[in-house]
Write a protein that binds this ligand. Structure first.
Ligand SMILES: Nc1nc2c(ncn2[C@@H]2O[C@H](COP(=O)(O)OP(=O)(O)OP(=O)(O)O)[C@@H](O)[C@H]2O)c(=O)[nH]1
Ligand SMILES: [Mg+2]
Length: 409
């Protein structure tokens, strides 16, 4: 609240500016985070308050927003007014406003009317929003290993990384995806070994295709073909067909194709034949490996690492070319046509609910009859007096608004 004070202007008008907006609380996916470790302990985060408005009708500065950085692939969940919101921050730059800063209160100059030239009413700022967030990082691997059951996918992961997945001489040994970190010099890539796929996996055959969602966001696939397979090219086609039917672009993902189990003499004997057969189908084999003795595995992982770098780089360029990073808007339209509500609390005791005057009541000094009268005229303006009358309130009754209590005269 402020009034103009100037030399030679004895009765300056009201000039209290509005308060500034509070800052928003935002969650943003960034590329320099890989885990949610910093949020492991329950913590409170708060954006800055807006500043008070000042004299000469100056609006207060808006409060600074606070952005929480998370890795891409984080699911953000919270509950807002009874409905559950889930946002998938699936790429770097994606962000969501989880709490909106409250609007600043209106300064006293806004309450000037033809009959009230010296309003001493000013609103308090809108209460801040508060939410409890749940952050969940979806499994994120650079490379997905695909192939028929028993091809040697888990054996490859074991040979290349420190992971220790179950390996068995029977199909469907792996039932849940395994992750391993593969070091290539100073760099590293995360490799996901998933259950084997068979024809019809997309309609639920075998273990189905649900685990494929774990390789949806990989940059590169390693397709392992069993060298002992009766029809390696046919098997390769089967798996690719399932990838295509699954969708999500898995069939166009860069793929390294390798024939495994080259430690077996019979497989060595087929090498030339297989190379020709795949080449005739337009497929350049990326090598013969042995997950059992490690032959060719290091070279394969180097190639995978190079391919991951290229693909991620291309993805970044594409995102940059697409312009501003996407911001997931969670729109919350303000409630239309607010009307004051009157409820009877007891005999001779009423409560008025209306966000417009509740905020005003917070700042009204009820000991000042002049200010109180102004407040009543504001109540009249928004229709609260009428609503009280209609509900049966009488002079002398007690009226509660927000944190304020007054007597109806
Ligand atoms: N000789 C030989 N045997 C291998 C090689 N790689 C895997 N195997 C064997 O092939 C069988 C299947 O290996 P896994 O690594 O479990 O195969 P997988 O592709 O993970 O199989 P699922 O999890 O059932 O889809 C096991 O008996 C392995 O020991 C290899 O390079 N050479
Ligand atoms: Mg396996």
């Amino acid at each position: 609240m402020s009034f103009r004070h100037e030399k030679y202007v004895p009765f300056g008008g009201p000039d209290g500016g509005d308060g500034g907006r509070g800052g928003d609380l935002i969650v943003t996916a960034v590329d320099d985070r890989v885990t949610l470790g910093e949020y492991r302990q329950r913590k409170r985060y708060q954006a800055k308050n807006g500043n008070d408005g000042t004299s000469r009708n100056k609006t207060g500065k808006s409060g600074e927003s606070l952005s929480l950085s998370v890795p891409a692939g984080t699911l953000v969940k919270w509950t807002h007014e009874g409905t559950e919101e889930i946002i998938d921050l699936d790429e770097v730059g994606a962000s969501v406003v989880v709490c909106h800063g409250g609007d600043g209160g209106r300064g006293n100059s806004r309450f000037r009317t033809s009959t009230n030239r010296a309003p001493r009413l000013a609103e308090t700022g809108l209460e801040s929003e508060e939410v409890e967030l749940e952050l969940e990082l979806k499994l994120l691997a650079d490379v997905g290993v695909v192939g028929l059951p028993n091809a040697g996918k888990s054996s490859l992961l074991a040979a290349a990384s420190g992971a220790n997945p179950q390996i068995g001489a029977y199909p469907f040994t792996t039932t849940e995806p395994n992750l391993g970190v593969v070091n290539i010099g100073w760099a590293s890539i995360v490799v996901a070994d998933i259950p084997g796929m068979i024809e019809g996996a997309h309609e639920g055959k075998g273990l189905g295709d649900q685990f494929l969602r774990h390789v949806e966001r990989t940059a590169v696939l390693i397709h392992v073909v069993d060298g002992e397979d009766e029809d390696p090219l046919g098997s390769w086609r089967t798996v690719n067909e399932e990838l295509r039917l699954y969708g999500e672009g898995l069939d166009t993902r860069p793929q390294l194709v390798v024939i495994n189990k080259v430690d077996i003499p019979e497989v060595v004997g087929r090498q030339a034949e297989l190379e020709t057969e795949f080449a005739a189908a337009g497929v350049q084999l990326d090598g013969f490996i042995s997950a059992a003795n490690g032959e060719g595995v290091t070279g394969l992982m180097r190639a995978a690492h190079e391919m991951v770098k290229e693909t991620r780089e291309a993805q970044r360029e594409k995102a940059a070319a697409a312009g501003t990073p996407k911001r997931v808007a969670v729109l919350r339209p303000p409630p239309a046509n607010i009307r004051p509500e009157v409820t009877q609390l007891a005999d001779g005791e009423w409560r008025v609910t209306d966000p417009r005057v509740e905020r005003l009541a917070g700042g009204v000094n009820m000991n000042d009859s002049f200010v109180e009268a102004q407040f009543w005229s504001e109540l009249n303006r928004i229709g609260a007096v009428h609503a009280l009358e209609a509900a049966g309130a009488k002079p002398g009754d007690s009226v509660l608004i927000g944190s304020a209590e007054m007597t109806w005269r």
